[in-house]
Ligand binder design. Sequence first.
Ligand SMILES: O=c1ccn([C@@H]2O[C@H](COP(=O)(O)O)[C@@H](O)[C@H]2O)c(=O)[nH]1
Ligand SMILES: [Zn+2]
Ligand SMILES: [Zn+2]
Length: 242
Amino acid sequence: MEIQMIGTGSAFAKAFYNNNALIYAEGKTLLIDCGTTAPVALHRMGISLTEIDAILITHIHADHVGGLEELAYRYKFVHKIRPLFYIADTLVDTLWENSLKGGLEQDGILSLNEYFDVRPLREGAATELLPGLTAELLPTRHIPKKLSYSVLLNGTFFYTADMVFDGELLRRLVDERGVRTIFHDCQLQAPGVVHACLPELLTLPDDLQEKIRLMHYGDDQPEYVGRTGKMSFVEQQKRYVL
Ligand SMILES: O=c1ccn([C@@H]2O[C@H](COP(=O)(O)O)[C@@H](O)[C@H]2O)c(=O)[nH]1
Ligand SMILES: [Zn+2]
Ligand SMILES: [Zn+2]
């Protein structure tokens, strides 16, 4: 399994694309989240939508779902394919009713299923998304009363969506679930109100920090190189073997 972030930026970053990822496994490709900048990032990387076999959505913020209208139209009317689309069962209706319907509903097209092969996921249940690629959604805290899910891939790789600091969860995942690598969203300056912030992540013991790579950062990221303890930054568009 390999990962390539098409972007590593925060919601407001301008020097980086939105924090969305491509996962490569056994010749197939999964897109995790599809923010507003995803279509242009994929285009500039030379990646065709036809190379993406499935999409997984973590939560409903524009830097994670804002590119879906364009993808839906291009898949349906240009490529004439309906890719697999994974999302927590608790978010399916909200995504359509509150985010996409205004743009995508038209005569004879009344649901997200017309564009994507929607496969609702139950939280906590490991599901094979593509051959050789299983995912388990873990509800993690982000915005009060707003559902957001982090993802455990193939049991060993933990990809936070957007989440506040939760050192106990990270400890349990490593000690009890065998997680070896963590890609963690990170707000570089305190306070981390809706994300983990760097000062909080720096309180983690070295053995956890060594497993963590930081993503979802702001345009000030270059100022923090060398100031992240045992953690390191994920580089946008570089491929990592997991
Ligand atoms: O209660 C809130 C809600 C949002 N924010 C800011 O907005 C962005 C939302 O985008 P994310 O993708 O979740 O980052 C968040 O980073 C905050 O900057 C907030 O401060 N408080
Ligand atoms: Zn975000
Ligand atoms: Zn968010």
